[in-house]
Design a binder for this molecule. Structure first.
Ligand code: PEP
Ligand code: MG
Length: 415
């Protein structure tokens, strides 16, 4: 069960941008993992190493990260026992030696960390979710509740709406029922949008959600359309919740300390009131990144006002970083973690982020990135740790459906 060789290659993500895929080989088995990438990234995410000075792929190539895996990392980890995940992850951190993984690159490090766990699961002839559950001492399994992004705005599309994600939240116990409702609502939404805004408005953004060409800019419009789609597909609002990822970093003006949406500027407290209105009007159950990541006072006030009635989710605010999560717990900035493995860069640290959050009674949402590959590692992760929610995008486009389909497959394997 010793690591014999580690080898990385370049592949493309769903945006057509290069990313890294790594293979970890033992005597008899191989485990691989490819790494996603964000568009609306938080300021304090672990460092994604790209060839910023090369013309190749318009400065976005990952040849340095690949080289780091194939040389220094390969040399250092050769001979290690593949089941020693924590020791291997710590060795990677030591080898990098920086706070934000900027020497070797978080993309290089994570690709190795995840591929090691897949090779280990293969060595034990276990499905990956089961191996992860063993690593995290978890014996409870339930189907996670999906948050599915069916209208794309913000930096994820060419839309004129500011909020990045309009999410439906099916509340069914079984993932099969959730997937069915998502698919049916998605298609009824497509019909409604096509009739009201023309067929070109059914084009989709990075995460498979529609991008309607709204004539008047109003963040309520997508919510109105989605409510109609839920009804048309034969579901009730009791069965289907609504959520938002505002991704407020992308519409905040740091100089003026104002948020720009609905064609006007909002102060932090005006935006807070606007959110309270939307929550009431549309029965919103989950709001992610409602404020700029450094506007901590607004986060605190908002969380105090809504208390535990909705999920206040930290993405750019927390960047899956255990130290930032602990700080947010003590200062009550939010009550839920968006867990993205590439924001922190190893499996061990990701599990740590999850465990710290659960200990504080937070909800945890395992999430994709806007730049994804067909790798469905995060489905096994979510199931293996018994995450409350998953956020995998619309029920369309291969890199998104591969995650939902893997959840369906896990159910079959398990039964
Ligand atoms: C998000 O903000 O939650 C998201 C998935 O987008 P990105 O990957 O661009 O950060
Ligand atoms: Mg987000």
């Amino acid at each position: 069960m010793e690591i014999k060789e580690i080898k990385a290659i370049r592949v493309l993500d769903s945006r057509g941008v290069p990313t890294i895929k790594t293979f970890v080989k033992t005597e008899n088995e191989t485990g691989s993992a490819s790494i996603p990438s964000g568009t609306s990234a938080g300021l304090f995410e672990a460092y994604e190493l790209r060839d910023t000075k090369s013309k190749d792929y318009f400065n976005l190539d990952v040849s340095k990260a690949i080289k780091n895996v194939n040389t220094v990392i390969n040399k250092k980890l050769k001979g290690k026992f593949v089941l020693d995940q924590e020791d291997i992850d710590n060795t990677l951190l030591e080898l990098d030696g920086t706070d934000n993984k900027s020497r070797l690159g978080a993309n290089a490090i994570l690709s190795v960390s995840l591929a090691v766990s897949r090779a280990a699961a293969n060595e034990l002839s276990m499905p990956l979710y089961q191996y992860i559950s063993r690593l995290n001492n978890n014996n409870n399994f339930k189907d996670p509740t999906p948050l599915s992004n069916i209208i794309n705005g913000g930096l994820h599309s060419g839309s004129n709406i500011a909020f990045q994600e309009y999410l439906i939240i099916p509340k069914f116990k079984e993932i099969e029922d959730s997937v069915k409702s998502m698919s049916e609502i998605y298609h009824s939404l497509k019909n409604i949008i096509s009739k009201e805004y023309g067929p070109s408005s059914t084009n989709v953004g990075f995460e498979g959600g529609f991008v309607p060409n709204f004539k008047d800019v109003n963040e309520e419009n997508p919510l109105i359309l989605i409510e109609k789609a839920i009804k048309d597909a034969g579901y009730t609002r009791k069965e289907i919740g609504l959520g938002l990822d505002c991704a407020a970093n992308s519409f905040y003006n740091e100089k003026e300390k104002k948020y720009f949406l609905n064609n006007k500027n909002y102060s932090s407290s005006e935006l807070l009131d606007y959110y309270l209105d939307l929550i009431k009007k549309f029965k919103i159950k989950s709001i992610e990144d409602p404020f700029f990541e450094k506007d901590k006072k607004a986060w605190q006030e908002f969380s105090k006002k809504v208390s535990s009635s909705i999920n206040v989710v930290g993405d750019d605010l927390l960047v899956t970083n255990p130290a930032l999560i602990k700080d947010a717990i003590s200062k009550k900035y939010c009550n839920s973690l968006l867990l993205k493995v590439n924001q922190i860069g190893t499996l061990t640290e990701s599990l740590n982020a999850f465990n710290i959050s659960k200990k504080a009674n937070w909800k945890v949402i395992v999430s994709h990135r806007s730049g994804e590959t067909e790798d469905n590692y995060i489905s096994d992760l979510a199931y293996g740790i018994n995450a409350d929610y998953v956020k995998f995008g619309a029920p369309s486009r291969g890199e998104r459906t591969s995650k939902y389909n893997r959840l369906l497959e896990i159910k079959e394997i398990k039964s």
